[in-house]
Design a protein around this ligand. Structure first.
Ligand SMILES: NC(=O)c1ccc[n+]([C@@H]2O[C@H](COP(=O)([O-])OP(=O)(O)OC[C@H]3O[C@@H](n4cnc5c(N)ncnc54)[C@H](OP(=O)(O)O)[C@@H]3O)[C@@H](O)[C@H]2O)c1
Length: 258
């Protein structure tokens, strides 16, 4: 199946971001990804396009964004679904990164789009969350390897975002209400909420951040250690038990569920 062309959004007016993103301007290459051969096909087309546009096959920014997230409990997940999820979400970013290494300019960026579901349990998305966990490890390994070249590598983890991927789930009013209430900011994320963080990571301003898991979930699943009346919250550890009692105010400590 022919995929839609890759698009590049210029997300802000920072001149360095603009230069980096323009330099990375992706050509209209649409490839159904899932195998090493499909990654090679992608780079064959990319090389031709970049060479004809820029006279070089080098680029500055790689964003591993494509993914699939089939709704499937552990019991219902077939081998085919499991293999497909890992192929698209973990194997493809691995080999795209491998092929990108000689083409990425020093000082460049790799941004792996992960998910908040690697930090909190969503049993209905177990295979998906596992595949993104693998992607987070790729971030760690590449950040160490590519540091000497000035290339930063980070995982950017959205929570619920209003896109095609979440459309069916968020189409249900009750699911939508619950998803909104997960965020400390009380709403569903919008694509720009994520794109702006990606733009920061891609910009000169993000040059000192690497090997990190950047939570862009709008503060999802933050737990209060103490209720406002200073009685222990039912779902949080007590400050006494954590050894912090008396040294901090109840309101100053947040425990993130993992
Ligand atoms: N939406 C959320 O709530 C949410 C939450 C956490 C993390 N994320 C992550 O955010 C990223 C973007 O997802 P999204 O929400 O924008 O989802 P989306 O609307 O479904 O977009 C996914 C993109 O991946 C492409 N894609 C999927 N399988 C592909 C394949 N085999 N070969 C080539 N391209 C493929 C799709 O191409 P086509 O358009 O051609 O199908 C589409 O452009 C993903 O990594 C996702 O895991 C999303």
């Amino acid at each position: 199946m022919e995929r839609a062309p890759i698009r590049v959004l210029i997300a802000d007016d920072d001149p360095v971001t603009r230069r980096l993103l323009l330099a990375a301007l992706a050509p209209p290459v649409g490839v159904e990804l899932g195998t090493l051969a499909s990654v090679e096909e992608l780079f064959d087309s990319l090389d031709l396009e970049l060479a004809s546009r820029n006279g070089s096959t080098r680029f500055d920014i790689l964003v591993n964004n494509a993914a699939i997230a089939p709704d499937s409990s552990v019991e219902d997940t077939t081998e085919d679904v499991f293999d497909r999820v890992f192929a698209v979400n973990a194997k493809v970013p691995f080999f795209i990164s491998q092929k990108a290494l000689p083409r990425l300019r020093d000082g460049g960026r790799i941004i792996n789009i992960s998910t908040g579901a690697t930090r909190v349990a969503f049993p209905g998305l177990a295979a998906y969350a596992m595949s993104k966990g693998a992607l987070n490890i790729l971030t760690l390994e590449l950040a160490k390897q590519l540091g000497p070249r000035g290339i930063t590598v980070n995982s950017l983890a959205p929570g619920f975002v209003e896109t095609d991927m979440s459309a069916r789930f968020l189409g249900d009013p009750e699911s939508r209400r619950v998803a909104s209430s997960l965020s400390a900011l009380g709403r569903i994320g919008q694509p720009d909420d994520i794109a702006d963080v990606a733009a920061f990571l891609a910009s000169h301003a993000g040059r000192w951040v690497t090997g990190q898991y950047i939570d862009a979930t709008g503060g999802s699943q933050l737990k209060r250690a103490y209720a406002a009346d200073s009685s222990p919250a039912r779902d949080g550890p007590s400050l006494q038990a954590s050894g912090l009692g008396g040294q901090v105010t109840a309101e100053s400590v947040l425990y993130r569920s993992r």
